[in-house]
Design a protein around this ligand. Sequence first.
Ligand SMILES: Cc1cc2nc3c(=O)[nH]c(=O)nc-3n(C[C@H](O)[C@H](O)[C@H](O)COP(=O)(O)O)c2cc1C
Length: 376
Amino acid sequence: MQTELAKKLGIEFPIFAFTHCRDVVVAVSKAGGFGVLGAVGFTPEQLETELTWIDEHIGDLPYGVDIVIPGKYEGMGEGDAEKLEADLRALIPEQHRQFVQKILADHDVPEVPDEEKMQELLGWTEATAGPQVQVALSHPKVKLLANALGTPPPDVIEEIHAAGRLVAAPCGAPSQAVRHVNAGVDIVIAQGTEGGGHTGDIGSMVLWPEVLDVLGDTPMLAAGGIGSGRQMAAALAMGAQGVWTGSLWLTVEEADVPPAQMQSLLDATARDTVRSRSWTGKPCRMLRNEWTDAWEAEGNPKPLGMPMQFMVTSNAVQRGHKYPEQAKDVNFNPVGQIVGRMNKMRPTRDVIFDMVCECIDATERMTNLMQQSLED
Ligand SMILES: Cc1cc2nc3c(=O)[nH]c(=O)nc-3n(C[C@H](O)[C@H](O)[C@H](O)COP(=O)(O)O)c2cc1C
């Protein structure tokens, strides 16, 4: 099952797994796939700690890091992270901050102590993600850097290429794929609207072949709604060089998802997600709950742009992490429609193994069909 890209990266199966959890990165790469650590929640120092841990546990296997530099955001082009944060903070209406406080107070979600409060801006801009790139590149087993939410800036692409690593970027429409290729991106991740996290509005079945048709020789990874070997076989049959998955790894045994949040995921059906701007300012697929409904209700404040909306909600994210039981109806729960099939916690190894077996079965079914048609 080695596609050209899998060979290039030295992996057994073309299954790429986005996760915020270092244990999952290691488990995926050890099972023959390619683990990718989402860096957005880490300061450069924390990222260094996570990558050092991965290096110590992953053996000689490769893995990736995902950063977030949106193509467009408020304050774009300003280099100094602290100044940018202060300037943006001044633009946030007090009404938005009060609304967040009210939603959490109505659900009795406690405050986090002042000394534990995290930075509001995080790695959502070039100024904050730049140092993360340098940290990632100082780890030789990091063979790929992905950038969410847009074409990475030219200097970032140059820096990654100069270090001999590959650059990947997601798209939700063919025009974005063309922009990525023209900028020198090595791998395009075509993510259909079904996917968890930030996502566009075109379904995977329509998007993947449209993107493949404009890509030329640049490899495409198929994303959005992939949770089984049958879906993987469909993506490979269309011409994808692999699958890029995210939701699936939230309910593996190695994931560090708190029990209350895990239960919401295990219970959810494919109809329980919504694309909402209420946490980050850009459309993001997540479990629908009282928080997402509140931001849609008439008369309530509307979400701000990125990164300001996350500056308003970052404290709520932290409170949700610290008190998942109290926050279970108002928590940030990004996940895709494939959540409907994620009904049981399973070891990462089994998830990969089953996906590969099912993909082989689906391929055999197609081959038999062709053979039978020839014989008839
Ligand atoms: C909990 C969660 C958080 C995500 N955060 C990011 C992120 O920070 N950066 C990114 O490039 N993609 C992020 N994604 C999207 C994934 O990389 C991937 O494209 C998506 O999950 C694929 O669709 P699927 O969820 O149907 O597998 C996230 C997805 C989930 C489920």
